[in-house]
Design a protein around this ligand. Sequence first.
Ligand SMILES: [Zn+2]
Ligand SMILES: [Zn+2]
Length: 183
Amino acid sequence: MNCPICKINSLGPITLVEGLPANQCTNCGGVWLPSNAYLAWWKARGEDMPQKPAKSKIDPTWDVDELKLCPESGHIMARYKIFPDTDFYLDRCGNCNGIWFDKHEWDALVERNLHDNVNEFFTRPWQDDIHATERHNHMHRIYLEKLGSEDYERIRQVREWLMDHPRRGMLLAFLQADDPYKV
Ligand SMILES: [Zn+2]
Ligand SMILES: [Zn+2]
């Protein structure tokens, strides 16, 4: 099998974690994980591992930002973002569902106990969640910049207080009226 990055026949067998065989490029360190190998390990793995915080940060330079071809079927692989506001992408073949990890990427998932969630990454809920979080963070940064941290914090507190208030409508009308005492 040819490495999708190095384009040479350099993929050799490795064991990613106990019971999970895969192929690693001896040149660039990338890992090819066939879908059936992952599923077999996933089904036999026992309990779901809770996500945990990692000691090391994700380095954006790990990502090899280029179009890759599936080493098994030759199809163009699709790139999926895995975490919001982070340059961490995995490539997945839509034909055989195999996954390509650039060097360090598999280890970064293991460190976070996310290596048993790999199949979720490519689902609509996971992808929608990333986009919703990114939109939220984007607006947060805009408010922070335009309003300043003090006023922004203040209006957030007011908003929180108003949100579930039983007389919210009256309070808002009072706030918005030029003269709330004029009838
Ligand atoms: Zn390689
Ligand atoms: Zn494929």
